[in-house]
Write a protein that binds this ligand. Sequence first.
Ligand code: URA
Length: 430
Amino acid sequence: MRAIDVIQKKRDGNELEPDELREFVLAYSRDEVPDYQVSAFLMAVYFRGLSSAETVVLTQAMVDSGGTIDLSSLGRSAVDKHSTGGVGDKTSIALGPVVAACGVPFAKMSGRGLGHTGGTLDKLEAIPGFRIALGEDEFVSQVAGVGVAIVSQTPDLVPADARLYALRDVTATVDQNGLIAASIMSKKIAAGASAILLDVKVGTGAFMRTVDDARALAEAMIDLGARAGRQVKCEITDMAQPLGRAVGNGLEIREVVETLQGSGPPDLVELVMTSAKHLLAMSDLGVDEAEAEDRARAALASGAAYAAYEEWVVAQGGNPDPSVLPSAPILREVVADQTGYIADLDAMAIGVATVRLGAGRVHKQDVIDHGTGIVCHKKRGDAVDSGAVLADVHARTADAADETAAAVRAAYRLTDDAPEPSPLVLEFLS
Ligand code: URA
């Protein structure tokens, strides 16, 4: 395999042979192909695309670039969940304990946030003492004992993706469906769960801007999972506005606690319950979706899900008491300057404003402020009177609070008439 031949073939729109693509990826992860050649290859892929056969080969080569997690000692089928990322998306942190409380092992390896979307690990690190880096043995034994673990990926898991993703990030080649599908599915396959629920987000706050693009990505990932012997199902969900009310790490954990204690925002509760229904019906419990939903709702109502959350957080070294979560010193209210209805709340604008408050990172090495963020009290469809509080900004400084408050006000669009209701879960593919 000569790297230049692989680049040229893809540049000219030809399909690569399985062996040459596989060798190209593995050679890159052995440091035998330089970044500049892989950058050229990625740009060729961006414009020419990947066939489904090439996507399968790329995914398997990425899995084979490192180790895989063996969950067979559980003696059970573990479940996993992954979201393509959005603003205020704390679903997995509430979902894990619900599923565990229903007796199904939830084993998730997760990533950090970059850009306007938050990362599950950053949110979990807002919990004082919480350890995200568990060794493989500790990860598996926690899933066996407690029923839920969410940890950072071990460095040995799909190292080719870590390198390729970093390169894609700086060469404007992230948003290519084959590359995204291979990146996500290689990590899910290597992490060992046999049933995987994917949430592909669509809207201004998401990678995918149209339902058609989201569906194509979902279908590619379901196919990759099936070829690897995994059961994969996919929700396509709305990310035109933030999920729930809270955006920002400590604030989102507080909202998870409220959700598990029965007073969560309706959209977050709906997504957690829908996802729990799908995961339990995919699990080895052998229940249909109706029974799965009943069990998930019962776990929430009885307090069993919150008890599972406390046990899980303690197992990973954290303090589950929400009163110890970090907070920010300045609170600024954003108020409506007219009476009407919320027609739009721009998820991207809220995500970007949250990053500016220090709650997200622009560069990988940026340090996160776990106390800052935005709480959107009013969401699409809500009626408001002039002067009503739309949102709260939690900031470190008065200047940051003023600047963010203006950005948050601009993210809200009010109209005289109520907008058409729009669903949260747009499609479910299996
Ligand atoms: N998330 C991933 O893990 N990989 C991508 O390529 C895009 C989103």
